[in-house]
Design a protein around this ligand. Structure first.
Ligand code: N01
Length: 547
């Protein structure tokens, strides 16, 4: 507790541990926010983290095949040139253990651990109007107080285990991919049922199939997927990346999604069919999320999108030997990339294996889980292990997972009863001095995550620096600004994105969750410009007061 009471101690009461800032979460965002507030503003900061180590989502998502879909060198911090130059990524896409090594390295290199409490789950945070401070309580009844509360809880950290009758009677083991046992799971000789074919399921299935006696993939919605084409990063490639980092980062900051490539300026409809096919083929061979950038209008024009969707369906038909299985794997109910597009290593190929069965839940849904397996409307599948690759209560789930209360004791759960409302995804009216890193209403999950994370952390740090320089005690989004921003997010979503009816972007994957398009789809570069303008304009849309 070396830093306790260093600054705001006088305002902390005897019964709590007082800091300038409390950060909840020690993933990418919590680590960088800690570093920024401590090193740039010399604040006293405490990070509260429920896991036993740093890592955030990567700590929990240890499932077989877990690997980042962003290219490794771009899925990294840009704030330290030394860090960039000293760290070597071994593969094109980093696997979960490598990302954990990286984040541990960051924590040690910048001496961050001394300000983090691990195994510390926040159960409530409320704004004490009398003292003008946040009071944060943990599961072990420790109470912290702080001037600023910053949530760094991630967008995909609240797991979604669907309610299926009979799960409690299942005699085998079951796991959710987002809360995977640290010791791993041995699938050898086991009959495994995997529910879910999102990015996670698409990564996990080939790895599980390689070990299991038999894998049953329970698919409700077929998904588009592009080959990742993962490979080791040769020393020469690593050296080139390091030499060109400044330029790579420049492109990432200019891009729509924070990736190291730009969207093509051309429409899919303005080239000949031969040219279009050649472009898609080249992107397919190159692999990865870049496929989505082949033409500028894949997310805005249904006819353009159809050309990409047709191409991918054709590939599925080519790869999967049994035409009936291929047909069942072909997505037809949503445009390509309207749901977050997965990238894969041998996903469609997996269905050519003798020990893999595709169970199509669209025609014969799951009826219940029995003591010995899963029963659909068509058959009963005997299983030893069930893997839930069923995703997350995304974006709002992590913020509503503890009792968060602002002015007048108003609970965030009530304020967001019909869907999340924020200003810029950074603040909520009625919750002074609370900042939500990559909150709903910011580009967040539509991007290569370290980019929106760094942008938010730097904006928040500048904002707090401004407040302290001008003797301002409180900052709070106005209701007006929040309403205007909500309208702007909805307007920017007027693309093909909301057409994916079951998408977690809309909250549609969690029964009863309000259907609101949650991330801001206006582009990362554009959003950064808006945030900069707001700051330059003395934080227009926020109410700043001296207390
Ligand atoms: O979750 P998802 P995810 N019965 O919600 C199915 C990021 N990520 O964990 O589509 C049967 O996408 C559901 O079916 P449907 C990435 O942003 C990143 O895969 O709702 N099925 C769907 O198939 C990603 O988008 C990386 O009909 C049920 C699946 O479960 C996000 O995390 C890797 C069901 C859930 O798919 C979430 O991906 C992995 C039920 N009751 C993930 N309930 C990297 O970059 C749900 N499903 C490494």
């Amino acid at each position: 507790m070396a830093n306790a009471h260093r600054h705001d101690g006088a305002r902390a009461s005897a019964g709590d541990l007082g800091f300038d800032a409390i950060i909840i979460g020690a993933g990418f965002s919590g680590l960088y926010q800690l570093y920024s507030l401590r090193e740039r503003l010399q604040l006293s900061v405490r990070v509260l983290e429920r896991a036993a180590d740093v890592g955030g989502t990567w700590y929990w998502n240890r499932y077989p095949g877990a690997r980042c879909d962003s290219e490794s060198y771009s899925y990294s911090f840009s704030f330290s040139e030394h860090l960039e130059q000293e760290w070597n990524w071994s593969e094109r896409y980093p696997a979960q253990p490598e990302i954990m090594r990286y984040l541990r390295h960051v924590a040690e290199r910048f001496d961050l651990r001394r300000d983090i409490d691990f195994n510390t789950e926040v159960v409530s945070a409320r704004f004490d109007e009398g003292r003008g401070r946040w009071l944060v309580t943990t599961a072990c009844d420790r109470v912290f107080s702080a001037t600023y509360l910053i949530t760094a809880v991630g967008c995909l950290s609240a797991t979604n285990v669907p309610t299926i009758d009979g799960l409690e009677d299942f005699r085998g083991q079951w796991y959710h991919t987002g809360n995977w046992p640290p010791a791993g799971v041995d699938f050898h000789g086991r009959r495994v049922g995997q529910i879910g074919t999102g990015s996670t399921g698409i990564q996990a299935a080939p790895v599980i199939a390689a070990q299991a006696a038999h894998l049953y993939v329970f698919q409700r919605t077929p998904n588009f997927s592009i080959p990742a084409r993962n490979a080791p990063l040769a020393p020469q490639a690593q050296a080139e990346i390091k030499q060109n980092y400044a330029e790579i980062r420049r492109i990432m900051r200019q891009s729509t999604n924070g990736h190291p490539f730009l969207l093509s300026p051309q429409s899919a409809l303005e080239v000949t069919p031969e040219e279009r096919r050649a472009r898609y083929e080249a992107a397919w061979q190159h692999g990865g999320l870049r496929f989505r950038a082949t033409f500028r209008d894949l997310l805005t024009d249904r006819r353009a999108n159809d050309t990409a969707a047709d191409f991918i369906r054709e590939k599925i038909r080519d790869i999967v030997v049994d035409p009936a299985i291929a047909e069942r794997l072909m997505p037809r109910d949503h445009p390509f990339a309207a749901k977050r597009p997965p990238i894969d290593t041998d996903y469609f190929e997996t269905f050519n294996r003798d020990n893999v069965t595709l169970v199509d839940l669209r025609t014969l849904p799951i009826e219940r889980i029995t003591p010995s397996g899963i029963k659909t409307a068509g058959a009963e599948y005997p299983l030893d292990i069930i893997v839930f690759a069923t995703g997350f209560d995304a974006m709002t789930g992590p913020l509503l997972g503890f009792d968060l209360r602002g002015r007048g004791g108003r609970a965030l759960r009530d304020v967001w009863a019909v869907g999340p409302k924020t200003y810029l995804g950074l603040q909520i009216a009625g919750f002074p001095n609370l900042f939500t890193i990559t909150g709903p209403g910011s580009p967040s999950v539509l991007c290569n995550m370290p980019v929106p994370i760094e942008q938010h952390v730097e904006w928040i740090t500048d904002c707090i620096g401004f407040m302290r320089a001008h003797d301002l005690a409180f900052i709070e989004a106005t209701e007006d600004a929040m309403a205007r921003w909500g309208t702007e997010v909805a307007a920017a979503a007027a693309t093909l994105l909301p057409e994916a009816a079951s998408s977690w972007y809309l909250g549609a994957n969690v029964p009863g969750k309000p259907r609101v398009f949650m991330p801001y789809p206006g582009g990362m570069a554009h959003y950064r410009g808006l945030c900069d303008q707001v700051a330059a304009n003395a934080y227009a849309g926020f109410r700043l007061s001296a207390g």
